[in-house]
Design a protein. Sequence first.
Length: 137
Amino acid sequence: MEYRKLTWYKYMVMSDYVVKIDICPPNDLTYKYMELLSSGQLSIRQGYTWDGATGFPMTPKMLLRASLVHDTLYQLMRLGALDPSTNRILVDRTFKKLCLEDGVPRLITYPLYLATRLFGWILLYRENKEVVTYEAP
């Protein structure tokens, strides 16, 4: 996974990233920077930005992939593409699974997972920032 640090969102995906997850929507969900297929294939396209592990001023490298996938899936829930009542726990479990796969110690992973379970709902109501464009005469 390639990424670039930014000042507002902190990180930007610099090449397409594809991962198979255990969340399989009934229909393919396709957006400009992300796609979740009914097979569970999640594609995050070059240019997607995210804030890393929310609450961390600087996200450790071993948490970047899990935070990228988690933020993307939460964005799909905020957009109404995934139903939070049935998918939020699966999204949070995906975060935990990716943390462990990437070598995050269990002593750190489980408190992070607990924090997502307790406070993640707050992020579901965070506004999706839209790009506003203007025209000049």
